[in-house]
Design a protein around this ligand. Structure first.
Ligand code: ADP
Ligand code: NA
Length: 323
């Protein structure tokens, strides 16, 4: 069976961009692939985190993975820091990555822009991500558009290692949706929706209350025209709302555009809010039904299974490198 790996950072509230761009796909993939889904807490440490909150966010994200429909009998669900091979392989891969390559990463440039100090971890983050993926000899990596460049680097590193030390790693392929891989911010639709954005109104979180969801959507930035049409260049706000509507209802985007043609922005927003609230209420109910002990048990068992696979790869890598 081919393998799938993906991770989400427990660095804040999980939003509909994470869900529509990445996590939603995981549920379908669990049927046909051997899946490793991870709460990547070591990645979260690249920017300062409050320790108590980090731990809570980690358990919350694991609960959300279950609430959207991942079945722990079908997938390996675990926390990155519970499998020490991730950090260890990351170091080995750092020694095979060029400073120039990491300097070209747009996420680093964006996240470090204007900061007085940035951690070295933020710079070498792509090597930890490469380690996450390569440890499991992953074939496919379902991610949002923003991870494309990191995936390309992972492929380059895998090929470089294989050329130098002999075939070791599977060279992974990205699995990026053709539609919905980049959900935009509600307050600035020229930027992607992100949990690290300082404005909490930029995103709808999976655990937001219905009234909050409604308020955020009604206040979403659009434009000074009145016409509803899909036009990412001139109407990114409206295009984003239409896209979210399409993804949550399963309606084709053309169908959605036709449905709202000639209507006001207020109508689009009101109906979108209803659709989003409907979908998220189901996830929220599943989430509330989970006990903390159950989530911790799933994570413990997931880490044990992941560790067995990861240790085997790490051992082979170390031997090949002369360690
Ligand atoms: P964030 O950028 O919000 O901190 P992560 O880095 O934890 O999110 O990313 C988790 C997954 O969600 C990745 O596959 C990423 O590509 C995807 N993702 C993040 N933001 C978006 C977005 N706005 N639209 C689509 N996918 C996204
Ligand atoms: Na991201």
């Amino acid at each position: 069976m081919k393998r799938v790996f993906s991770g989400v950072q427990p660095s804040g509230d999980i939003h509909i961009g994470n869900y529509l761009g990445a996590m939603r796909q995981f549920v379908a993939l669990q049927e046909d692939y051997e899946c490793f889904f991870c709460v990547v807490d070591l990645h979260a440490l690249t920017v300062p985190q409050d320790p108590i909150k980090l731990k809570e966010n980690t358990i919350e994200l694991a609960g959300l993975y279950l609430a959207i429909g991942l079945d722990p009998k079908k997938v390996n669900l675990f926390v990155q820091s519970h499998v020490s091979a991730h950090a260890e392989l990351a170091w080995l891969l750092q020694c095979m990555t060029y400073f120039g390559e990491l300097s070209r990463m747009t996420q680093f440039k964006e996240k470090s822009k204007g900061k007085e100090t940035v951690s070295v971890g933020l710079f070498t983050y792509p090597d930890l991500m490469a380690a996450d993926i390569l440890l499991y000899n992953t074939h496919y990596v379902p991610v949002g558009e923003d991870q494309k460049q990191h995936l390309e680097l992972t492929r380059d590193i895998a090929q470089r290692f294989n050329n130098r030390f002999g075939k070791t790693f599977v060279v992974p392929e990205p699995m990026i949706l053709k539609f919905g891989a980049r959900i935009m911010s509600l307050t600035d639709p020229t930027k992607k929706m992100s949990k690290s954005d300082s404005d909490p109104n930029n995103r709808i979180n999976l655990l937001d209350e219905p009234s909050v969801i409604k308020k955020k959507i009604m206040r979403a930035v659009t434009d000074s025209e009145t016409e509803i049409r899909l036009d990412w260049e001139n109407k990114p706000g409206v295009s984003n709302l239409l896209t979210i509507y399409s993804l949550f209802t399963g309606m084709e985007i053309e169908e959605v555009v036709n449905k709202f043609k000639g209507q006001g922005y207020g109508t689009l927003k009101k109906e979108l809010a209803e659709v989003v609230i409907d979908k998220l209420t189901v996830i929220q109910k599943n989430y509330k039904d989970l006990s903390r002990d159950y989530v911790l048990k799933v994570l413990k068992e997931g880490a044990e299974r992941a560790q067995a696979v990861a240790e085997k790869t790490l051992k082979e890598v170390k031997e090949k490198m002369g360690l």
